[in-house]
Design a protein around this ligand. Structure first.
Ligand code: BTN
Length: 337
């Protein structure tokens, strides 16, 4: 059974991660005595913390007379690994890690009341109720993708936060391109496409008052080493797309994504949304196309004529009227050459 995720347990895991840092540093068996002495905790608390960590998916070896041993197994997204050489100032300095959870968005929503530090990342190896835009399910097979929620606290009005979704999509495309050489595209607002199939998506949730943002949570789901049989026919993974179907190093890719998000976030804070939207335009495959956009009350067809300063899609209908959409499901009726 997995450790139930609540705020109390999150802070327990956080404390227990000091044990992991120590074991990782030592790289071999370390006696319980030595750990207890080093961390200045009681034996009882130590046993509790080891137990909490095991319940959260950490495979800690315990051998009588030798002690405890933990080495980050390659291929996992353990925070000690992700933080190593990350070199960011804000994004990913605090990481909560789960072997499995319902949805990282749910955990972020519960964490809001704890006022977590900006840039906190909730990272999961798999999700049982991963969710996407427009109430869709996000398939999150274990150890195959990158699934996280990032908590930001931008000093902007709630109406200006839609741009952060674009910022995240741009950052992911930049990171993938620099790490794998593959060129992704973005379908408005935030579908990440590769060879015209869905590679990833972004879900943004807002916790705000009328004129003030408490938190923006950006959830990213990316198909990295996912095999074809685990995906819909309309989806693709980086592994499927790469020459020789080589496994991608998820830790390194995640680090690059977090670094790019930080760079673009600092750019947004300094210069506003324009530079981010300019970058988005370079990756987008929606503008200029004939589109059908479906929303709650129906659908509209027309030409995707532009993007507004706040990220809204401007659709010019055949009757000459231009309408603006802040959300909706877009289908491209023409293919961009
Ligand atoms: C979409 O394209 O519809 C957005 C998908 C977003 C999925 C991610 S996975 C991590 C985070 N947790 C969730 O439950 N959803 C987002």
């Amino acid at each position: 059974m997995l450790f139930p995720v609540n705020i109390q347990n999150l802070s327990k895991i956080e404390a227990a991660e000091r044990i992991l840092d120590f074991l990782n540093e030592k790289a071999g068996y370390v006696s319980g005595e030595e750990i207890v002495r080093h961390l200045g905790i009681s034996r009882q608390l130590f046993f509790q913390q080891i137990n909490d960590l095991k319940c959260s998916g950490y495979e800690i070896m315990a051998v009588p007379h030798l002690g405890y041993r933990w080495e980050p197994s390659c291929g996992r997204l353990f925070p000690v690994e992700v933080r190593k050489d990350l070199n960011t100032k804000c994004i990913g300095r605090k990481i909560y890690y789960f072997d499995r959870c319902s949805s990282t968005m749910d955990i972020a929503a519960r964490l809001v009341c704890e006022n977590p530090v900006e840039g906190t990342v909730i990272l999961a190896e798999s999700q049982t109720k991963g969710r996407g835009r427009l109430g869709r399910h996000w398939v999150s097979p274990k150890y195959k993708g990158i699934y996280f929620s990032l908590m930001l606290k931008p000093a902007v009005a709630p109406s200006q936060t839609a741009v952060l979704t674009f910022l995240a999509a741009v950052s992911v495309c930049e990171a993938i391109n620099s790490f794998t050489g593959l060129s992704c595209a973005i379908k408005w607002p935030n579908d990440i496409l590769l060879h015209n199939k869905k590679l990833g998506g972004i879900l943004t949730e807002l916790e705000a008052e009328l004129d003030r943002v408490n938190f923006v949570t950006i959830g990213l789901g990316l198909n990295v080493n996912t095999d074809a049989q685990e995906l819909l026919r309309t989806a693709i993974s980086l592994k499927i797309a790469s020459p020789g179907h080589k496994e991608i190093n998820r830790v390194k890719l995640l680090q690059e994504i977090l670094r790019r998000i930080e760079d673009n976030y600092f750019l947004f804070q300094k210069k506003g949304s324009a530079p981010v939207l300019d970058k988005w335009k370079n990756f987008n495959v929606t503008l200029g196309q004939r589109v059908k956009i479906s929303f709650l009350k129906g659908h509209v067809e027309g030409r995707a004529a532009g993007i507004d300063f706040d990220g809204g899609l401007l659709v010019r209908q055949d009757n000459g009227i231009t309408r603006k959409f802040m959300s909706g499901d877009v289908v491209h009726l023409t293919q961009k050459l």
